[in-house]
Design a protein around this ligand. Structure first.
Ligand code: DX5
Ligand code: ZN
Length: 218
C-alpha cells in the first residue's frame, strides 16, 4: 500500500485556517491530523471542539484526531459529534483501554492507540487485534517543531513484527519531527501514515512538500 500523509494543523496559520484547510483539500494529503492538548496530560493547550467543527465543515478528507488529554473516555461521543473519523487515545492516559476502544468503535469511528516515546510496543500485545491504528510518538507530545527521536525507527520495526504475529490489521502512524530526511526510512520500517506539521506548513510551497513526502519509497 502507498503510504498516507496526515498534515498536522497545529502548525497551520490559525488566522488563515480556511486557506490552509483548502490547501490540504487540494493537495495529495490523505487525512487531516488534529492535536488536542489539555494542559494536564501534556504541558501545552492547543485548540478544542469549535475548531474541529469548523475544520469538519470544509474538510474533504477524514479527520484523524489525536487526543493528548487525561481520561479520553469522557469525550468519545463529543469528538464523534464534532466530526472525528479516527480517534487516537494515549495508552498512558486511559486505564481501561479495552473499554475505551470498544466505545470508539460503538460510536462508528476508527480507533487508534498512541504510545509515548518511553512506552514499549509490548504493552499492546493483548489489544492490538482490536486496533485500526497505532500512533508512535517520535517526539514527546505537546509541541510541534521538535527533533525526531532516532530510536523510533527500531520501535516501528518491532511494532510491525507484533502486528504480523498477532494478525492485526492496524496501520502504523508516526508523529513528530517527520520530514524528508527520515520519511523514506520510516516507510521502509513499516509506517503507513506519516504525520507532519512544521515541515509542511513552514515550507515555501506546502503542496509540493506534501507531494515530496508522498513519493514512493524504493
Ligand atoms: C505533537 C503533536 C504533533 C505535532 C507534529 O505533540 O502530536 O502532531 O503537530 O509537529 P511536527 O511535525 O512539527 O513535529
Ligand atoms: Zn499529533
Amino acid at each position: 500500500m502507498q503510504h498516507l500523509i496526515a498534515p498536522s494543523l497545529l502548525a497551520a496559520d490559525f488566522a488563515n485556517l480556511g486557506r490552509d484547510i483548502e490547501m490540504i483539500n487540494n493537495s495529495e494529503a490523505d487525512w487531516f491530523h488534529l492535536d488536542i492538548m489539555d494542559g494536564v496530560f501534556v504541558p501545552n493547550i492547543s485548540f478544542g471542539l469549535p475548531v474541529i467543527e469548523a475544520v469538519k465543515k470544509m474538510a474533504r478528507k477524514p479527520l484523524d484526531v489525536h487526543l493528548m488529554i487525561v481520561q479520553p473516555e469522557r469525550y468519545i461521543e463529543t469528538f464523534k459529534n464534532a466530526g472525528a473519523d479516527l480517534l487516537n487515545v494515549h495508552y498512558e492516559a486511559s486505564t481501561h483501554l479495552h473499554r475505551t476502544i470498544e466505545s470508539i468503535h460503538n460510536y462508528g469511528m476508527k480507533a487508534g492507540v498512541t504510545l509515548n516515546p518511553h512506552t514499549p510496543v509490548s504493552v499492546l500485545e493483548e489489544i492490538i487485534p482490536m486496533l485500526d491504528l497505532v500512533l508512535i510518538m517520535s517526539v514527546n507530545p505537546g509541541f510541534g517543531g521538535q527533533s525526531f527521536i532516532p530510536g523510533s525507527i527500531d520501535k516501528i520495526k518491532r511494532l510491525k513484527e507484533l502486528i504480523l504475529k498477532k494478525n492485526s490489521k492496524a496501520f502504523i502512524e508516526v508523529d513528530g519531527g517527520v520530514d524528508n530526511s527520515n520519511a523514506a526510512t520510516l516507510v521502509k520500517a513499516g509506517v503507513d501514515v506519516l504525520v507532519s506539521g512544521s515541515y509542511i506548513f513552514k515550507s515555501a510551497d506546502p503542496i509540493a512538500t506534501i507531494k515530496s513526502l508522498k513519493l514512493p519509497v524504493v
